[in-house]
Design a protein around this ligand. Sequence first.
Ligand SMILES: [Zn+2]
Ligand SMILES: [Zn+2]
Length: 358
Amino acid sequence: MPKTMKAQIFYEPENMKLEEVPVPEIGVDEVLVQVKACGICGSDIAYYYGDSSLETETGKGPLILGHEFSGEVVEIGSIPEQKGLFKPGARVVIDPLQYCYACEICKKGEFNLCENKNVLGVSHNGGFAEYCASHYTGLHKIPDNVSYVEAAMTEPLADAVYAVQKMSVKLGDFCVVIGPGAIGIMMVQLIKSSGAGTVVLVGTRDYRLEVGKDSGADMIINTADENSPYYVADLKAKIEELTDGKFADAVITPTGSVEAMEMALEISGRRSRIVYFGLPSDEAVIRVHALSAIFWDKSILFSWLAPLTWPTALKAIATGLVDVKKLHTHTFKLEDLAQGIADVKARKGNVMKAIVEP
Ligand SMILES: [Zn+2]
Ligand SMILES: [Zn+2]
């Protein structure tokens, strides 16, 4: 085992350096993982540029960012070793949300809300490095037919699984996804697999919408670009027409846009489920026309993180229910991470998901 490793150390907004640092020493309840793939997430970008709503609760650098990662087990602490849980060489993906399993909230199974959780890549060192230490309970084995790059997308997919479960999709339902980012397109596939009759994907950029169409969306709608062949000026009228005036059975918003969140209420029908998923700004307030929401017996739900949905997400990849390969558009070396973050922010080269391979 080498004593040192390359890591990208984030110090403060737009100040991150590739450094040679000691390989983390693991505790008795930890496992050392050699990172093979780590996705660049929107929240890494927000953290890097200092506009993260997560930052206030998590502090600043020095910190190794990156929370969507997979790798190979290289060292095992004595507790997981005694339990025979992992062998060196095992292929694993790391749930970066490392719960305490001891607080009252964890004991009720509401792990996403654990009061003592550590988050690798956000509050503790993460995956933009050659090695990362993880609590042994955070590791999931990667199915044999799933690559490291695909596995690195388990974290966002597990979030998507939890949110889509809240839509309570019934056979034949008419569903709308507003926000064609990587998670939105994962949601399209999950909703289709859940038995929806029609999934409409709504966004503002054709290249993303077209990936959604390739991934199973029955219809794509561009609400912003008048030159787009998918342009629709009045989304509400369009959904009304498509559903014979019944509107959508379920709508989900993988976007931080309040406009999209309010539109979701406008286009949802009787007994509909509206699931809010993306992170809006701290000042954001959603206006609900209360009487119509009551008269149509709507359910408005919020979704945060991925409690207990990791095994389902891994199965969805392994069985092909969700094809994450299509979403992987760009690869960066660890030394080029700052450039990668800038390119993803600028959406250079029609990026969907960029992966760092150390
Ligand atoms: Zn993420
Ligand atoms: Zn806890």
